[in-house]
Design a protein. Structure first.
Length: 204
């Protein structure tokens, strides 16, 4: 039986505390996704990505390294559980973007593909987020709820993330992209991958 400590390892704490920039946090998140780091800010210590997201790891790691700091994601799914409850979820990803040019690329690509999109800036009025999963037709999970600074700080806790790095996240734009169908679909991940590979447009 694998024992999981209720706190990050000393080595992981050193890595996260040494992060000072938005890019540093995104790189550490990518390394956690890939299994190089055991703990990630905003997640249970010593737990890796959920099993359902394992196939998405290459895309998610690339997104983080390109500047889309992801904090939750899921594939599309539609099936009954052992008790006969129908679980439906749509492919979705949510996180933060600090680079305006990258944000524009991601938003434009999502809109052109007809995906659902939620962009939240600091001091925006509260938004409940997009429904991304349902049980027996009833709303169950939302991505992209407007987060206050204190809520953000609770996730990016000061024991793990220093003030300078946290401020970079707090200033960033909250971005959520979701497929429109509550069933398996790879459109979102294709769009995300293509948007991240697009060259920068001078003067835009």
């Amino acid at each position: 039986m694998k024992i999981r400590l209720p706190w990050p390892s000393r080595a992981d704490r050193r890595l996260w505390r040494a992060a000072t920039t938005f890019s540093d946090l995104a790189e550490l998140t990518a390394r956690w996704l890939e299994g190089d780091i055991r703990s990630c800010a905003g997640n249970m210590p010593n737990y890796g990505p959920d099993e359902e997201t394992l196939s998405l790891i290459p895309c998610l790691a690339a997104a983080n390294r390109a500047g889309f700091l992801t904090d939750d994601s899921q594939p599309g799914h539609a099936a009954a559980d052992y008790a006969g409850n129908l679980w439906q979820q749509r492919a979705a990803v949510t996180g933060f973007v600090a680079d305006p040019e990258l944000l524009t690329r991601l938003v434009d690509s999502a809109e052109q593909a007809g995906l659902d999109l939620l962009v939240r800036f600091q001091d925006d009025v509260h938004h409940p987020g997009l429904v991304v999963s349902r049980i027996n037709g009833l709303d169950y999970t939302r991505f992209g709820r407007t987060l206050t600074r204190s809520e953000l700080r609770h996730a990016w806790h000061s024991r793990l993330v220093g003030d300078t790095a946290f401020d970079a996240v707090a200033r960033a734009t909250q971005l959520t992209i979701a497929d429109t169908v509550f069933e398996p679909s790879g459109i979102l991940w294709t769009v995300l991958d293509e948007a991240l590979r697009l060259p920068s447009t001078p003067g835009r």
